[in-house]
Design a binder for this molecule. Structure first.
Ligand code: MG
Length: 314
């Protein structure tokens, strides 16, 4: 088994001013986090979670691995909230999928109401159960699933990352099959689109993760885009994963964590042109260009000296 195509996309939606979702699409790790909290604290929480997961991503496996990375993310957000009163009470959801290509399994861990789905043989199945008020009311028979979809408290979650010193992570393992298409998403997708519409969009995109991701965001926005929308899609395919992963030529530096600043400063910060170390170094001459420049300078010096010598001796 190997991981085939994968893509992640996030969008602010049409009602929110900021995007407080974060995602990871770094095979074999995929994750979605949906932050909450005043000011930009939700964004801080979601990004802290993504950073903690990303750090642990390549070293761990299975349910234990995915649980450990989410527990570590919880610890970091909790400690940051204690140290920084501006972020007190911040939290985030997280849904993470860690693929083990050797065993062909996908370990999924989650806290909150971001979801994991699996499209297999044309049928879309929700793999995770929301840790939300309405999900509990549905399971106890108080609400029907249809009533839950329209419930005013539908975004109230009963479990979050970073709001308590410890967290209970729900985990499950899926035995993967070639052709499986996994979808991780924040609640901004299912609150706007029914599972049927999501499945139809995936099929219409011919199960291509990048095309499907864009189509889902467009469709959720067309339905109102009331929340941030984040989707991460990856497929499993036949065959072996490459023994040697191609090394990325240059890795951009990690995105800086957002500072909790007043809005005016914020806007200024956002208007700054993005110039990463990587893009800057690509704009330079490079080692080959530098050698050519050196030869040119030396040649100029020699010619200059000759002209000077000729001028003096003449
Ligand atoms: Mg949300």
């Amino acid at each position: 088994m190997r991981i085939g195509r994968a893509a992640g996309v996030t969008d602010t939606g049409r009602r929110r001013l900021r995007n407080e979702d974060a995602f990871i699409c770094e095979p074999p790790l995929f994750a979605v986090a949906d932050g909450m909290g005043g000011a930009r604290a939700g964004e801080v929480a979601a990004r802290l979670a993504a950073a903690a997961l990303e750090e642990a991503g390549t070293q761990t496996r299975g349910e234990q691995g995915v649980t450990a990375m989410i527990v570590e993310a919880n610890r970091r957000i909790w400690e940051r909230a204690l140290a920084d009163p501006a972020t007190a009470g911040m939290g985030t959801t997280v849904t993470a999928a860690l693929v083990d290509t050797d065993s062909g399994t996908v370990a999924i861990g989650h806290v909150g109401d971001s979801r994991a789905y699996l499209l297999r043989d044309g049928a879309l199945e929700q793999l995770t159960t929301d840790h939300s008020l309405v999900a509990e009311l549905v399971s106890s028979g108080v609400l029907t699933p249809e009533e839950a979809e329209r419930h005013p408290q539908r975004s109230a979650i009963t479990r979050a990352l970073g709001t308590e010193p410890t967290v209970e992570v729900e985990v499950l393992t899926i035995a993967g099959q070639p052709g499986d298409l996994f979808l991780l998403c924040s609640d901004g997708l299912p609150t706007m689109l029914s599972d049927g519409k999501v499945a139809a969009a995936l099929e219409a995109a011919e199960r291509d993760p990048a095309t499907a991701g864009e189509a889902l965001v467009v469709a959720a926005n067309a339905q109102g885009g009331e929340d941030n929308i984040t989707v991460v899609l990856f497929e499993l395919a036949e065959g072996e994963s490459p023994a040697v992963e191609p090394m990325p030529a240059e890795r951009p530096p990690p995105e800086p964590e957002p500072e909790l600043a007043p809005d005016s400063e914020l806007e200024a910060e956002m208007l700054e042109p993005e110039a990463s170390e990587a893009s800057l170094s690509r704009h330079g001459a490079g080692p080959g260009g530098r050698a050519a420049a050196l030869v040119f300078i030396l040649a100029s010096l020699v010619i200059g000296a000759l002209v000077l010598y000729w001028g003096i001796t003449r």
